[in-house]
Design a protein around this ligand. Sequence first.
Ligand code: DGJ
Length: 541
Amino acid sequence: MKLGTVFCSTLAFSFALAFAADIPHLQKQGTATQLIVDGKPFLVLAGELHNSSATSLEYMKPVWARLAEAKLNTVLAGVSWNQIEPQEAQFDFSAVDGVIQGARSHNLRLVLLWFGSWKNATSSYAPDWVKKDFKRFPRIQVRDGKTIELLSTLSDANRDADARAFAALLRHVKEVDGQQHTVLMIQVENEVNVEGDSRDRSPVANKAFAGPAPKELMDYLQKHKDGLISEFRQVWETAGFKTSGSWEEVFGKGVATDEAFMAWNYSRYIGRVVEAGKAEYPLPMYVNAAVMGFARVGPPERAHSGGPLSQLMDVWRAGGPQIDILSPDIYGNDDFFVSTTASYARSGNPLFIPESNGGREGATRALYAFGRHNAMGFSPFGIDGSRAPDTDLTAGYDLIAQLAPLISAHQGTGTISAVLLGQNNPSQKIQVGNYTVEAAVMRPRTMGGAPPPQTTVPSAAAVFIAVGPDEYYVAGSGMTVRFSPNGPGPALAGLGTVEEGRFVDGRWVPGRQLAGDETEQGGSLTLRNLGIQRVTLYRYE
Ligand code: DGJ
């Protein structure tokens, strides 16, 4: 090989490496996986637009400023396949370009949601030329031979048409945003699942279901047998840990097997779509789940089957290794939020929550997710829905933004944790750094100081960051916090200096020094209103 050729290919290789390192990407830090944007970890403080908002630049005009004022740093915005490819192979990216411009001009980043083959349990975002040609682009069938408006996972034509459009989108995003990185990540499809039955029962699906369980899946399960998600391992174990046979021979007869079959077929298809997109521009890509499964919803006609549920994580990984993250959309109460975040933060899956509630609930849950589970992002749904400012969410995001460098530096290192407390969980003890932290909700106060009888306990969250052997930042609201030492040495802990304050450009600016009534006479931190406190501790006996 000539020297010039070597030089050129080395240069091209270095350029490719520099580019790859530079675009938004995922990076491990201890047990955490972080989103790196322009060289630094980035906590996504987002809101998701209503499904159709980003199709009209006119509609979006007044929205951008409201979102920026609400202290979001990122907006989740849908991209409609129908809108970008109204005729086959003829693309129109004007709405995407306008959304990127709108976000940029308000200093916001974007996560684009690819509403391609599937948006929930329908294919309503497919272009008309796909919808009309049901012979070329087949749909699935559920019980009683009923066809539903859901593109089949088992059609190469469906998959390839979606993948071509997705690749064109990513090529375009690279062209217009490869340098500025307004677009951080891509959600691929939206809450996919089959509704009304536990699996596709078309002739093609029945044939695949009666055939052998795929070798790639069986190889994956055997290779990862000891670390499999326990619920799915249990299904396989109950059927005798067989390594080959039909789906029902290997996993048993029942809805869990039907769900795994659909999960496999969705993940194979979406994995190939992701691959086509990443070949153009390898941004991090995730899929999101409506967190309810067949087992949760009961009767077959109310089933939701095959989505990226945490118990199906191994099937999704085996089928779609190109997908970076399985993400839960979490509505419901705090208990459900706590159990769902825990179930998705398993087996090395990074936590990104694309849909949840806003308001006070959103603020507390975001703080909890970033602190307890090393989340990389949080996003209430329908953020453009109301003209009234969501002051609670804004205050929460402002607090997290102040702490972001500190949270990012500590995620995955065992020196950060968080609690989410409420009616069913009014106190909790967790170990963080050298101390055990005991947090307890504060009940609403009356004039005399006594709590009013029979009040419900409002939900409360706090994050604890051990920045030294005897020093913490604690941020949150609605609770008291006591410390006790771990390990050998004097058994009691005292509060040394307690300061309230703010981080300004990453620098701690103390306000009042707290003692007396404000620390229950030195017994505990009191986080009544949302804020940050720095505390030094000492041990005695
Ligand atoms: C969950 C879906 O993922 C969203 O796109 C939206 O349709 C909401 N449900 C509506 O509540």
